[in-house]
Write a protein that binds this ligand. Structure first.
Ligand code: TRP
Length: 455
């Protein structure tokens, strides 16, 4: 990966990334998150091991990459926020709705993401003070439930997490997002590798490795396909305006195809290493694997408590969780900030303050819905679950669908080719560009519709 300098988009005077590496780490930072750590390893194990990984990779590279290019094309061509982009590319049309949906999508995700980000700070603090190794197992069972349902502590950490996010975003693209993700992403990879090495060399790790990698195609059902596709969407951060927003700060000389492919490779590699870090250890200690908050905040602390050097590894792990959540939440806040800043002519600082204040409120609702507000239900769901379900089941897929429809049918082939090849200066094989356009136009919308109907 060359760290060549790209030309900044000086004409528009907009802030921008300064290097290819900067774009890559920012995109990978958005993609690598809770999805890789607490969902992917479990999905793999339960759905046929290597068989699932194979299907997942096919979906990522055949179907999701063209959707990523589509978001990239909209963002980079317009050099605008998710709403403004459509005013430039389709003036006078109603396509701006895609931008509004993207902002809402980002809003729903960050509302629960920042709460979990707060939890990871609390658990990092517990790890640093060796709380897991001191208490009894029964303690560890109730520790998480007691913590999330308490009224004050999770709120305080949520605010701290939002503050950290806001501080990075306030500094802008070059001096904030690029600078900090450049420091955090290599560290993140390094740390997960350390944990994976420890985990696979534990006695009894073999069963976990078998669980993850033994191919079993008999477990592959239609539901497996739906899970693989849903996970690919969520993990690559598709359908929420992040790629569009980041792409709007990317130079016209950058190679969209290469950049998206590298992001997908980084995200998938991280997910597989995370699997190796978590599952072998879970099996080595004879605990049954689970997913989500239970896996990360209950099962893993129990394992760290028993493992040689577990106290130190716990610190590393919760630091990973915090950074993974932070680099994703930065990208989510930027979607909203870019929108407020450009559409309402605000200063960046004002936009960050207003954006974060909105998340402060929605995040508090999500956080309190684990305790005092647990009886308040909308459509039968607590606030936390509502934000999660609304984003995963509705906004991400709807935005993804509208994006490919826009690029495939409204923007049209000539524009897509022009943007993919940087106005003809990049030589891409004809079969490749033709196939990509065909997927954007027909295959992707059809597949997303199938997920929406059956998912
Ligand atoms: N990709 C993130 C993860 O795997 C979650 C996510 C989905 C996301 N859409 C996003 C993060 C948009 C940032 C921006 O956990």
């Amino acid at each position: 990966m060359s760290a060549k300098k790209s030309q900044s988009s000086g004409v528009t005077g907009r802030d921008s990334f300064t290097s290819s590496f900067g774009v890559l780490v920012a995109l990978a930072g958005s993609a690598v998150g809770l999805g890789n750590l607490w969902r992917f390893p479990y999905l793999v194990g339960e759905n046929g091991g290597a068989a699932f990984i194979f299907i997942y990779i096919v979906f990522v590279f055949i179907l999701c990459l063209p959707i990523m290019y589509s978001e990239f094309i909209i963002g980079r061509r317009s050099q605008k926020n998710v709403f403004g982009a459509f005013k430039v590319l389709a003036p006078g049309s109603k396509w701006g709705i895609v931008g509004i949906f993207s902002v809402l999508s980002a809003l729903c995700i960050l509302s629960f993401y920042s709460v979990v980000g707060g939890w990871s700070i609390e658990y990092l603090a517990k790890a640093i003070t060796f709380d897991f190794t001191r208490g009894s197992e029964a303690n560890l069972d109730t520790m998480f439930g007691d913590f999330v349902s308490s009224p004050i502590k999770p709120l305080v950490w949520h605010v701290v997490f939002l503050l950290l996010t806001a501080l990075v975003v306030i500094a802008g693209i070059k001096k904030g997002i690029e600078r900090y993700t450049k420091m955090m992403m290599p560290l993140l990879f390094l740390m997960i590798i350390v944990i994976a090495v420890r985990s696979v060399t534990l006695e009894g790790a073999k069963e976990g490795i078998t669980y993850l990698f033994k191919p079993d195609f008999s477990k592959v059902t239609f539901d497996t396909l739906l899970s693989a596709l849903g996970q690919a969407f969520f993990s690559l951060s598709i359908g929420c305006g992040t790629i569009m927003t980041y792409a709007s700060y990317v130079s016209k000389s950058e190679n969209i195809v290469k950049m998206s492919a590298l992001t997908a490779v980084a995200d998938t590699t991280f997910a597989i290493i995370a699997g190796c870090a978590i599952m072998p250890a879970v099996f080595a200690f004879g605990i049954s694997p689970g997913e989500g908050p239970g896996l990360v905040f209950i099962t893993l602390p129990k394992i760290f408590a028993q493992m040689p050097l577990g106290g130190i590894l716990a610190i590393v792990f919760f630091f990973i969780l915090l950074i993974a959540a932070l680099t994703s939440s930065i990208s989510l806040l930027e979607v909203v900030v870019a929108y407020l800043k450009e559409e309402f002519k605000m200063k960046r600082t004002t936009a960050v303050i207003i954006g974060s204040s909105i998340f402060l409120v929605t995040g508090c609702l999500a956080s309190l819905s684990m305790g005092v507000l647990s009886d308040v239900k909308i459509f039968g769901k607590t606030f936390f679950d509502l934000f999660d379900t609304l984003s995963s089941d509705f906004f991400l897929t709807t935005c993804g669908l509208l994006v490919v429809l826009f690029v495939g049918w409204r923007l049209g082939k000539a524009n897509v080719m022009d943007e993919l090849t940087n106005s003809g200066t990049l030589k891409l094989p004809k079969w490749f560009t033709e196939m990509t356009f065909f997927i954007i136009r027909f295959v992707a919308p059809a597949t997303i519709l199938v997920i929406m109907i059956f998912g």
